[in-house]
Design a binder for this molecule. Structure first.
Ligand code: ATP
Length: 320
């Protein structure tokens, strides 16, 4: 390996900069050149490729977002696009690529690897929805941001004796919702993996809790379960209790990464480069059972994970 390219792809996540920094500095430490590929696979196909020095990644460890920008790129999902990408890597002398992103980005990494470019993936997504790993870059920051915001909504919700629906990110995976359910003591947590659409049961619980003297009722919705604003209107109509929906939205994707995100992202970035130096390709860096490990990309993509039934049960019992 003489030159490593690094890119971020898919949704951004706080901590990606720490991973980029670790890739660049580990490579340079080992006498390897590094090139930053801007805007994910889109930037690769557009040849938006810049040389990176140690100082290119100064002053970024504490910043959210990604200094390399990120994008989605339809062209790279085609065989021609992938071939073009591999040719551009060869043109620039890039013989190793580190891809920081989610499952879609890893599909692309697998394709590049099959075309002879050594490629390693690092899990970067606030959703925690990558099956092979217990940790993904950005989840810790996102869940802390959401927790702080929900605390604030809770104060005003109690003062006004309202019911509050708070929608957090997680289209297909309810990890942010479940963790906030615990951390914020929400009365209800609706997860895309578990919610059966039984709104009447929800309404009955709100009425029952109000009778028991609860001053507020916090419902945390993962975005994947549906339309929080219209749900609030229906609940208000059915219960007579003022009900408001707050959609936290993109604030969950930004902000300074937490200590955990900085540390784990840094270790993963260094590990990715070390795998390339060891002659590995088509691997994903993961954190599993307390250790940093790596998996074959296709095997990792075939793995499944689900919200822990036991954790969900405990979350619910603590607010009853
Ligand atoms: P997030 O979890 O934030 O959605 P992601 O990496 O899963 O991240 P995607 O939009 O699914 O996000 O994928 C990012 C990019 O990866 C796509 O825009 C595309 O360029 C590339 N990609 C996705 N699927 C494939 C595929 N099957 N083959 C090649 N490239 C792919």
């Amino acid at each position: 390996i003489k030159t490593i390219g690094v890119l971020t792809s898919g949704g951004d996540a706080p901590g990606m900069n720490a991973a980029i920094r670790a890739v660049v500095r580990t490579a340079i430490h080992n006498g390897i050149n590094v090139k930053g590929i801007m805007r994910g696979y889109a930037g690769l196909l557009q040849e938006e490729i810049v040389d990176m020095e140690s100082t290119s990644v100064s002053e970024i460890i504490h910043r959210g977002g990604t200094i390399l920008y990120t994008a989605r790129c339809q062209e790279f999902t085609t065989a021609e696009g992938q071939k073009k990408g591999a040719e551009i890597c060869n043109k620039y002398g890039i013989d190793g690529v580190v891809v920081i992103g989610g499952d879609g980005s890893f599909q692309g990494a697998g394709k590049l690897s099959a075309l002879g470019i050594n490629t390693i993936g690092i899990p970067g997504t606030i959703d925690l929805d990558i099956a092979c790993t217990d940790y993904t870059i950005g989840f810790d920051t996102a869940v802390n941001t959401a927790m702080d915001a929900i605390d604030k909504v809770r104060d005003t919700s109690t003062s006004h004796e309202r019911c509050s629906i708070i929608e957090v990110m997680g289209r297909n995976a309810g990890y942010i919702a479940l963790w906030c359910g615990f951390a914020n003591g929400a009365e209800d947590v609706l997860l895309p993996e578990r919610y059966d659409g039984n709104e009447q049961a929800l309404i009955d619980r709100i009425i029952e809790n109000r009778k028991r003297g609860k001053k507020h009722h916090i419902i945390i919705n993962a975005e994947g379960i549906g339309h929080s604003v219209s749900m609030a209107k229906r609940i208000e109509a059915a219960t007579g209790i003022e009900t408001r929906a707050t959609i936290l939205g993109y604030m969950q994707r930004g902000g300074a990464p937490t200590c955990k995100d900085r540390v784990y992202a840094s270790i993963m970035g260094a590990k990715a480069v070390e795998l390339l130096l060891a002659g590995k390709s088509n691997r994903l860096v993961a954190y599993k059972n307390g250790e940093f490990v790596d998996f074959d990309i296709q095997e990792a993509l075939a793995m499944k994970k689900d919200i822990s039934e036991d954790q969900f049960r405990i979350c619910k019992l603590l607010v009853r």
